[in-house]
Design a protein around this ligand. Structure first.
Ligand code: HEM
Ligand SMILES: *[C@@H]1O[C@H](CO)[C@@H](O)[C@H](O)[C@H]1NC(C)=O
Length: 337
C-alpha cells in the first residue's frame, strides 16, 4: 500500500514536472529572452560562400572564365592589369567595386588611377551576366573572380573564390591617392597592408604579382635622375635608355616578364627590382627574410600567393543586409526610383 502511494506520488510529480515544462515553453518571458539574446555577429567575410549563386546564377564562373579567356587571347597584357585592378579595388574601402565607379571625383578618376586598365573587360562580362541572370551578381564578385582567372591564364595558381560581395555606393578620388604608388618606404607599405588586415608575408607575396606586367616610367622617374645604390648600375642605364617619356612602359620583372614565377624575388636579391617599393622589400629584415625564403622554396610561392589573394579578396567586404547593392552597371550606382 505504501509502495502504491509512493508510485502514485511519483507519477503526479512527473506529470507536474512535464506540465511546468510545457508552461515554461508557452510563457512569453523565456521566449523573448531567447529572441532578445545578443545575436552572434560573424565577420563579414563569413557570409561569403562557394554556393552563393548556385541557384540564382549557376554558370556565373563559367561565363567569367570564357570571357576573361577571350580577352586574354586578344591581349594578354590585360591579365596583369586586371589583377592590379582587383588590388586597387580592395585597397580602398575594401573589395566593393568602388574603383569601377566612373563619375567626377571617383577613385577611378584620381591621378593615382591613371594607369589602371581592364575596365572594358569587367563591363563586357557584367553585360553578359545581366543578360543571363539580371540583378544578381555584383561587380565586385566579378572582379574578384576575374583576378583569379587572370592569374591562372598567366600560369599562376588556382584558388576557390567565395562569393556574395556587394557593391559599395561611395568612391572618393582622394582615397585612391592613399594606395601605395611606388615611392613609399617599407614602413609605410607594412602599415598600409596592416590597416587592411594583411601582414608582412602578404605584402611580400602579393608584391610577387610584379613577376608579370608593366609599369609606366612615371612610377620610376625618381630613381633615374642619379644612380641609385639599391639598383644594379647596368639595369639603371638600361632603364634610362628605355624611359624616354613618362608614359613609356617597362617590364616589372626584367628577367621573365611574361611568366608567373619567382624571378621577381631573385631579381630583388640582385638589385633588379623595378619600383623602389620592390627594392625596399629587401631592405627590411622581416620582408627580406620572406624574399629569401621564397627563393629557397619556390613551390611555396604558388600556395602562399593563393592564400594571400584569398585574404585580399576578403578585405572589408560588404555582405550583410542593408550593406551595399548589386549594381546594374559597374560604372555607376543604382538609381533610386
Ligand atoms: C606593395 C605595394 C604596391 C605598390 C607600391 C605597387 C605599385 C605598382 C606600380 C607603381 C605599378 C605600375 C603603375 C604604372 O603603370 O605606373 C604597379 C603595377 C602592377 N601591380 Fe602593383 N603595387 C603594389 C602591390 C601590388 C599588389 C598587392 C598587386 C596584386 C595583388 C599588384 C599587382 C600589380 C600588377 C599586376 C601590375 C602590372 C599592371 C599592368 O601591367 O598593367 N601590385 N604596381
Ligand atoms: C617613411 O615614410 C613616412 C611617410 O612619408 C615617414 O613619416 C617615415 O618617417 C618614413 N620612415 C622611415 C623609416 O624612413
Amino acid at each position: 500500500m505504501k509502495l502504491c502511494m509512493f508510485f502514485a506520488f511519483l507519477v503526479i510529480v512527473q506529470l507536474e514536472l512535464s506540465i511546468s515544462l510545457v508552461e515554461s515553453i508557452n510563457l512569453q518571458q523565456p521566449l523573448q529572452a531567447i529572441t532578445k539574446a545578443p545575436k552572434v555577429i560573424l565577420p563579414a567575410e563569413d557570409y561569403l560562400s562557394l554556393t552563393h549563386y548556385l541557384n540564382s546564377c549557376p554558370d556565373v564562373e563559367g561565363i567569367i572564365h570564357q570571357k576573361t579567356k577571350a580577352w586574354f587571347k586578344k591581349d594578354y597584357t590585360l591579365a596583369a592589369s586586371l589583377i592590379r585592378l582587383h588590388f586597387h579595388d580592395c585597397a580602398v574601402r575594401g573589395c566593393d567595386g568602388s574603383i569601377l565607379l566612373n563619375h567626377p571625383g571617383s577613385e577611378r578618376r584620381a591621378k593615382a588611377s591613371r594607369t589602371l586598365r581592364g575596365f572594358e573587360v569587367i563591363d563586357d562580362i557584367k553585360a553578359e551576366i545581366e543578360r543571363r541572370c539580371p540583378k544578381t551578381v555584383s561587380c565586385t564578385d566579378i572582379l574578384t573572380v576575374v583576378a583569379r582567372d587572370a592569374t591562372v591564364l598567366l600560369g599562376g595558381p588556382f584558388w576557390e573564390v567565395t562569393l556574395g560581395r556587394k557593391d559599395g555606393k561611395t568612391s572618393i578620388a582622394k582615397e585612391a591617392e592613399m594606395v601605395p604608388q611606388g615611392y613609399e618606404n617599407v614602413t609605410t607599405l607594412i602599415e598600409f597592408f596592416k590597416s587592411k588586415g594583411l601582414n608582412e608575408l602578404d605584402l611580400v607575396i602579393l608584391s610577387g604579382s610584379h613577376t608579370i606586367g608593366r609599369s609606366s616610367c612615371y612610377s620610376i622617374l625618381h630613381r633615374l635622375a642619379k644612380p641609385d645604390p639599391t639598383l644594379d648600375i647596368q639595369y639603371w642605364k638600361q632603364l634610362r635608355k628605355k624611359c624616354r617619356r613618362g608614359w613609356d612602359l617597362v617590364d616589372l620583372d626584367v628577367t621573365t616578364p611574361k611568366t608567373f614565377d619567382i624571378a621577381y624575388f631573385t631579381n630583388l636579391q640582385k638589385k633588379l627590382g623595378l619600383l623602389s617599393t620592390d627594392s625596399a622589400l629587401y631592405t627590411n629584415q622581416m620582408t627580406a627574410a620572406f624574399v629569401d625564403a621564397t627563393v629557397s622554396q619556390p613551390s611555396l610561392f604558388e600556395s602562399q600567393f593563393a592564400a594571400s589573394m584569398v585574404k585580399l579578396g576578403n578585405v572589408q567586404v560588404l555582405t550583410r543586409k542593408n550593406e551595399g547593392e548589386i549594381r546594374l552597371n559597374c560604372n555607376s550606382v543604382n538609381r533610386n526610383y
